[in-house]
Design a protein around this ligand. Structure first.
Ligand SMILES: C[S@@+](CC[C@H](N)C(=O)[O-])C[C@H]1O[C@@H](n2cnc3c(N)ncnc32)[C@H](O)[C@@H]1O
Length: 319
């Protein structure tokens, strides 16, 4: 990115424009670049943003009810979620949808002088309150006004990534998980939680009362939105059992396994040859003859077929 038209006050850039390599322009206002992308947000995100902008003022006043309704201690619950990040004093951490900073403060207090916390949110009003709250902590804190499913960070930037309370309403939940995995280093932890009435409680009076008062409990558990890089994935139901928390370690690509050992038995082959070595099929008579022949030769079906096909192919190719 390139900086254009900077205005400096007291050695700090207060306004200007960041120019992306693809020609995108990101305005800097009050010292904070607006990195929200796409520039035209989908309707669902615009609506959610409006709700959050309207609620920023009262959010901290009513939020404790989310915990006290179930007799839960908010600090204990948030600390237990943050424990799952396995933070060290020098960790570099990203919190997406950080809101007014109720978790940011706890995370920041666990970091030492070499640690760093990036607080990201879509709502300027929430982020402004978070920045204000972070003035009271010693750790280095960097705000980012951005979209949680288009993160403005390079791959493998963070030791850990945390999100609580907003992802259900993100316009693209799968992309949000993929982005968190992308920006977290392999071996780093991702922790994500939000509300969702567990399927087995949806028809109970308990479930119906809560879903009636707060339709957000109707959001399904986003199990199918987890990224392929998720390893050692765990799911816990917290806060009265009506909020999910996923935590996983970030791996690289798909998980691996030994697909190449010889599977004992008459069929033989390996997991890989069974998957990739499928042919066009044979008539029932040919199959029966092949089974008799492989038994007579005391070979597995894989071994017999592999040899017969190689032999026939070499012959027909004139090798
Ligand atoms: C219910 S609040 C939770 C705030 C905070 N994590 C907490 O636990 O108190 C949800 C937050 O997600 C933010 N948010 C909503 N959509 C977002 C998006 N697409 N990208 C990033 N943040 C988003 C909202 O602005 C809001 O701050």
């Amino acid at each position: 990115m390139r900086l254009s038209d900077p205005v400096m006050v007291g050695g700090e850039i207060t306004s200007g424009v960041l120019l992306g390599s693809g020609g995108n322009r990101f305005d800097i206002r009050d010292g904070l670049p607006n990195l929200v992308f796409p520039f035209e947000l989908p309707r669902a995100d615009r609506d959610a943003l409006q709700v959050y902008e309207d609620r920023a003022e009262v959010y901290d006043r009513y939020l404790p009810l989310t915990f006290s309704t179930y007799g839960e201690d908010e600090q204990a619950v948030r600390n237990a979620m943050i424990d799952k990040l396995n933070l060290r004093p020098d960790s570099v951490v990203l919190e997406t949808g950080a809101g007014t900073g109720r978790d940011s403060e706890i995370i920041a207090r666990r970091l030492g002088p070499d640690g760093r916390l990036y607080i990201q949110d879509l709502s300027p009003s929430f982020l402004a309150r978070n920045i204000e709250r972070m003035r009271g902590v010693d750790a280095k804190v960097e705000p980012a006004l951005a979209n949680g499913y288009y993160l403005p960070f390079a791959d493998n930037s963070f030791d850990a990534c945390y999100h609580f309370g907003g992802i259900n309403a993100f316009g693209d939940i799968k992309r949000a998980f993929a982005e968190m995995a992308r920006v977290t280093k392999p071996g780093g932890k991702v922790v994500v939680g939000d509300e969702s009435m567990p399927p087995w409680l949806r028809d109970t009076e308990f479930g119906k009362i809560l879903m009636n008062s707060n339709p957000e409990f109707r959001y399904p558990l986003p199990l199918d939105k987890l990224p392929i890089e998720a390893r050692k994935t765990r799911l816990e139901w917290i806060i009265g059992g009506v909020f999910y928390v996923f935590d996983f370690e970030v791996g690289e690509g798909e998980p691996g396994a030994d697909f190449d050992f010889a599977i004992p038995g008459a069929r033989g082959g390996t997991h890989r040859t069974r998957y990739f070595g499928q042919l066009e099929g044979v008539t029932p008579e040919a199959k029966q003859l092949a089974q008799q022949a492989r038994a007579k030769m005391n070979k597995s079906m894989h071994q017999w077929l592999d040899e017969v096909i190689r032999e026939a192919a070499r012959r027909d190719l004139g090798d």
